[in-house]
Write a new protein. Sequence first.
Length: 55
Amino acid sequence: MQYDPADVYSWNNRGQAKLRLGDSKGAAADFRKALELQPDLKSAREALARLGGAR
């Protein structure tokens, strides 16, 4: 299986996983990448808002 860096759902899911592991900065970066690829992705936008746009 090949990794696709343009797969918006992979970025979003990775952000969710990092969030569960307590890595809020890493999660925020992944959510921002997902939103860069698909600006209207509601789940990423909401998760990033809950994090306060953490950097």
